[in-house]
Design a binder for this molecule. Structure first.
Ligand code: B3K
Ligand code: ZN
Length: 879
């Protein structure tokens, strides 16, 4: 596929001002009549993109079109040089039931649904399918009433009624200009949960959550989340819902999480449906944040959209930042500041696990990429998560009020427009009277910068000198990096920070703005050597390089006043211990757990002043993907051996503590989604993990009782996960069978059942390898290759969450991977490409694994039928 470059951007010669669509809907043959009022804005033909459509007719101002050229991407139509306006009508046919890619108009569970971002609209009708073409849409849907009783599209319902032959229609009008990627329709048999709310300015709005019959009792949390999101955006940014009606629709077959179509958000059912018996605390949290994310897009994405897809982070980075802030505020309102810190830790954990490896591998790109082959490959952790960190830095640098002023100015300039990242940063700059030119480099540099720190204490001068040096991976120009920092005194209290030449201060955390390669800070009035606490709250997406011995890490685990850094100290200590243990395992030696680490870990566990939720994140080992990234060469099997020894040790030695806390922290009463309860549940489930890992019989008994008893999903699944990842294979088998019996008919819950088995650690050499189990599960009646959630649950969990089993020495994991990619490539290239990416960092593996992985990648690339999506990923991987 050709490479598309950011700098090649050109506006189209013809744009669309208004479009009227008439859909004659049918599962196998849908006819779309598309009437566009086009306007000239430059020289050249009218360009329409089209993919896989059967053209039935094409007229210009009522007459059959004459000069129509077919191109690789659609059509080009020459219009008279003196024409400034033309009404173009094109009628096409498509087959939704044959659309296994789930892009465009497709069939799922008897209904018809659309997914248009980024380039799906051209699979519905011929259109200038680019985000910089913003038009006024009116849409009429016509369908068989019995098969498709509910007909939804964007905006307001302006007409509906019955037609002959058991058919009916609905006409929708969207008063806001929008690009085609925000178009949506739904034609299905659904039921609705409704609520009426009044916006801050006093307008009444209708909120709807549409689900399949039988699921109404699982729609309430999504509705609550929507109302909370509305209120938060009004209070925080003064942004109100602009439509009379706002709809969320749950779909079972969906490539990603959800989609922010104007007024008609389509959601993967897993981010809508929840009730205590079927959803965990983590599911509740995800639903809240995804509902918020899509709702917030209504302003950051829809009212102001992207000029071209290179600007994707303009809407995604900003909207992720907004949903992170929203969730943090919601958590803090219910669970205090500690809950906010836990949210920040979770977000950084995602960044380090998903984005850091991407930024260190062959797919590395700036948050605003310079080129792509398949745009769907660039909905990445870098664009989303690192993009959100870049926005967070602006928020940190400008303060909440300055940031708000920048947002206000941004909307005042660009409402109704398709703009660039520069436009956003310029508004921030102008509103605050600050120069952000250097800051803009965050948009063009790829790779994770390193921040090297060195401290020197001068007792005689009572000075502490801190030297900070930034190292960029490509040796690019220096970045503007906000570094929040503090100094901890020998007794564990933060010291007041006074820089040379300043009056004595009382502030104990300061924000330093690094702009040069090296910055030296001299703190005065320091009586004893302090322990630095740098990058508090993770104030910038960088890798901190600071020499700290074990004692210092233990000290910060006990005393750092910044909850993020306190957690990070524990992570660093764990990382160090695990890497040393893995090195022993790789040599065939029995890994040893150092005693001082055990005390530091135990001290956190026993610290009753810390919230359970905080202790749960602090006592969780770093993710395997992150650990592998730090290991060179990456040896997944040795790492797993080390982790098993460590978990067993932590379970055995601290068994009484885990058991005691399990009893003490039990939550009484009915399930409610609340951070305090969720924290207790998380810590208890973590305790079961360690206890079961060590085979502690009381722990195994409790886990089995909880996994098979009458409970809500959070406890049940926590217990099941503990058993499945333990040597207690007999109990695990009982719990898995019990779970299957209970939930056999519940697709979303069965996804958990598939994923937990695909990700299962093998505790004893004789146990069944994950791969054998997965191959057997592919034949399970609840499994389906056409449902993306199932692919992610069974294959995704194996490839990503089970590295030791996937990277098998005999190469069977890689062969299985290649077979799955080959198969998925023909069905759904977007899903296939996501799965293909799991081996992109193969060059970091041990030499034997490298050659086995490389052979499979090469074999796949030899296949002529490979989609552009998969090909781009694999070609980059091979480099
Ligand atoms: N904007 C969509 C993502 C679309 C992905 C297309 N391959 C969801 C979101 O970020 O809210
Ligand atoms: Zn988004």
């Amino acid at each position: 596929a050709p490479t598309i470059r950011r700098t090649d951007y050109q506006p189209l010669a013809w744009t669309v001002e208004a479009v009227d669509l008439y859909f004659t809907l049918d599962a196998t043959a849908t006819v779309v009549r598309n009437r566009m009022r086009c306007r000239r804005q430059g020289t050249g033909p009218l360009v329409l993109m089209a993919e896989g459509l059967e053209r039935l007719s094409l007229t210009i101002d009522g007459a059959p079109a004459e000069t129509v050229r077919e191109t690789d991407t659609g059509l080009e139509i020459d219009l008279p040089d003196d024409a400034d306006e033309a009404v173009v009508e094109v009628v096409t046919r498509c087959d939704p039931s044959a659309n296994t890619e789930l892009s465009g108009l497709y069939h799922s569970g008897g209904g018809l649904y659309t997914q248009c971002e980024a380039e799906g609209f051209r699979r519905i009708t011929a259109y200038p399918d680019r985000p910089d073409v913003m038009a006024r849409f009116t849409v009429t849907l016509e369908a068989d009433k019995a098969a498709f009783p509910v007909l939804l599209s964007n905006g307001n319902l302006v007409d509906s009624g019955d037609l002959a032959d058991g058919r009916h229609f609905a006409k929708w009008d969207d008063p806001f200009l929008k690009p085609s990627y925000l178009f949506a329709l739904v034609a299905a048999d659904l039921v609705v949960l409704e609520r009426r709310e009044t916006t801050r300015s006093g307008r009444e709005v209708l909120l709807q959550v549409w689900v399949e019959d039988g699921n109404l009792d699982r729609a309430g949390h999504a509705m609550d989340s929507l109302v909370h999101s509305m209120r938060w955006d009004e209070a925080t940014f003064g942004l109100e819902l602009d439509l009379d009606r706002y709809m969320i629709v749950a779909v079972s077959d969906f490539n990603m999480g959800a989609m922010e179509n104007k007024g008609l958000n389509l959601f993967n059912a897993k981010f809508v449906l929840a009730k205590p018996e079927t959803a965990t605390d983590v599911d509740y949290e995800h639903i809240e944040s995804v509902v918020a994310h899509e709702y917030f897009h209504n302003w950051t994405g829809n009212r102001v959209t992207c000029r071209d897809w290179f600007q994707l982070t303009l809407k995604e980075g900003l909207t992720v930042f907004r949903d992170q802030q929203f969730s943090a505020d919601m958590l803090a309102a219910a669970g205090g500041e500690s809950a906010r810190a836990v949210k920040r830790i979770e977000d950084v954990r995602v960044l380090r696990t998903a984005q850091f490896p991407e930024d260190a591998g062959p797919m590395a790109h700036p948050i605003r990429p310079d080129e792509y082959q398949a745009i769907d490959n660039f909905y990445t952790a870098t664009v989303y998560e690192k993009g959100a960190e870049v926005i967070r830095m602006l928020h940190t640098l400008l303060g909440a009020e300055g940031f708000r002023n920048g947002m206000d100015l941004y909307f005042s300039y660009h409402d109704g427009q398709a703009v660039t990242c520069d436009d956003f940063v310029e508004a921030m700059s102008e509103a605050n009277g600050v120069d952000l030119d250097q800051f803009m480099r965050w948009y063009s540099q790829r790779g994770t910068p390193r921040l090297r720190a060195e401290g020197r204490f001068d007792a005689a001068a009572r000075q502490y000198t801190l030297t900070l040096t930034q190292v960029r991976p490509d040796g690019d120009a220096p970045l503007h990096i906000p570094v929040a920092l503090g100094l901890i005194g020998p007794k564990g209290a933060d010291l007041p920070l006074t820089l040379a030449g300043e009056a004595v201060g009382t502030v104990t955390t300061r924000l330093v703005e690094l702009k040069d390669t090296t910055t030296t800070l001299v703190f005065e009035g320091i009586d004893a050597e302090p322990v630095p606490s740098l990058l508090r709250g993770f104030s910038a997406p960088v890798i901190l390089e600071l020499e700290e011995d074990d004692r210092r890490l233990a000290f910060r685990m006990a005393h750092d006043s910044d909850p993020f850094n306190r957690w990070d100290a524990a992570q660093r200590y764990m990382l160090r211990v695990i890497l040393a243990m893995s090195a022993d395992a790789a040599k065939g030696e029995l890994p040893q757990v150092p005693e001082p680490f055990m005390s530091a870990f135990g001290a956190l566990l026993h610290n009753e002043k810390l919230d359970p939720a905080y202790r749960a994140v602090a006592l969780t080992l770093p993710a395997e993907a992150y650990l592998l990234e730090q290991m060179s060469p990456a040896d997944p099997v040795a790492l797993r051996r080390a982790l098993i020894v460590l978990m067993r040790h932590l379970g055995e030695r601290l068994a009484d503590s885990w058991l005691g806390l399990d009893t003490r922290l039990a939550v009484a009463g009915d399930y409610r989604y609340h951070p305090a309860d969720a924290g207790r549940r998380a810590l208890r489930s973590l305790g079961l993990r360690y206890l079961c890992a060590a085979g502690v019989s009381q722990g195994v008994e409790r886990a089995l009782a909880r996994a098979t008893g009458e409970s809500h999903m959070t406890d049940r699944f926590g217990a099941l996960a503990a058993l499945v990842n333990s040597p207690a294979s007999a109990e695990a088998a009982i719990a898995l069978a019990d779970f299957e019996r209970r939930f056999a008919k519940d697709a979303l819950v069965m996804d958990k059942w598939f994923a937990i088995q695909a990700g299962a650690w093998r505790w004893i050499d004789s146990a069944q390898p994950a791969l054998a189990r997965i191959e057997a599960l592919m034949g399970h009646p609840a499994f389906s290759l056409s449902n993306p959630n199932k692919i992610y649950a069974l294959f995704g969990a194996y490839f990503r969450a089970n590295p030791a089993e996937f990277h098998r020495a005999d190469g069977a994991g890689y062969r299985f991977w290649a077979d799955r990619i080959r198969d998925l490539n023909g069905r759904n290239p977007q899903v296939a490409s996501r799965m293909a990416r799991v081996l992109e960092n193969w060059r970091r593996l041990t030499p034997a694994l490298q050659s086995a992985a490389q052979a499979q990648i090469k074999a796949l690339l030899a296949d002529k039928a490979l989609s552009a999506d998969v090909r781009e990923v694999l070609e980059k991987a091979l480099g």
